[in-house]
Design a binder for this molecule. Structure first.
Ligand code: GRF
Length: 201
């Protein structure tokens, strides 16, 4: 299974995926990393000798124009799966339509709780005792696609957005690696509609 990973930030989840995929036994191969800016996380791709591209958000007049350029880049690599891992942009409907259901996303909350760009901050603000991490199929909503895997993460009384997010990320990484592995082995079939009987072990 060939995978393209799209990021905007530090790419710690990307790094975990690169490390997992560097195991010869891992059934998926990351073929390219894309970003909407000069993301720090692109350095991880370089460390692992994986090609990368940027489609700078700031260089485009509209989400659609940006999306068209992103789509053109993705067509060069023709990945079997696209992983959004900290991409802080909503994909235009045309890009989702072109690639769905082969786009998955990691989100640092227990969806459908706290969707959107500030899931960690929103959980804290809501005084939630628990939040979580989720891996979903991307549809043209905001974090509304079928849930492939999710797990609860406790919120501690003295948590800040940073400490809580850093506690969520390792869970996200484990779920993401498990889901990519399950898709690669055929254990999980995207677009089958059915939610797996249980999150991949
Ligand atoms: C992750 O929690 C991801 O789910 C969210 O932003 C964070 C990205 O972290 N969208 P990193 O760039 O992988 O360190």
């Amino acid at each position: 299974l060939t995978v393209a990973v799209l990021i905007s930030g530090t790419g710690s989840n990307l790094r975990a995926l690169l490390e997992a995929a560097s195991d010869p036994g891992f059934p998926a191969r990351i073929v390219v990393v894309g970003a909407d800016r000069e993301a720090e996380g692109l350095a991880h791709a370089e460390d692992f000798g994986i090609p990368s591209f940027t489609v700078p958000w700031s260089a485009h007049e509209s989400r659609e124009a940006w999306g068209a350029e992103l789509d053109a880049q993705l067509r060069v690599w023709r990945p079997d799966l696209i992983v959004l891992s900290g991409l802080m942009r909503l994909l235009p409907a045309a890009v989702v339509a072109a690639w769905a259901p082969r786009i998955i996303n990691t989100h640092p909350a227990y969806l459908p709780e706290f969707p959107g760009a500030h899931g960690v901050r929103d959980a804290l603000a809501a005084g939630a005792a628990q939040t979580g991490a989720s891996v979903i199929v991307v549809d043209d909503g905001v974090d509304t696609g079928p849930i492939l895997a999710q797990e609860r993460v406790d919120v501690l009384a003295d948590d800040t957005e940073h400490t809580l997010h850093e506690r969520i990320k390792p869970v996200e990484r484990r779920l993401l690696i498990d889901v990519v592995r399950a898709i690669a082995t055929g254990e999980l079939v995207l677009g089958s509609g059915a939610r797996p009987s249980e999150p991949s072990a």
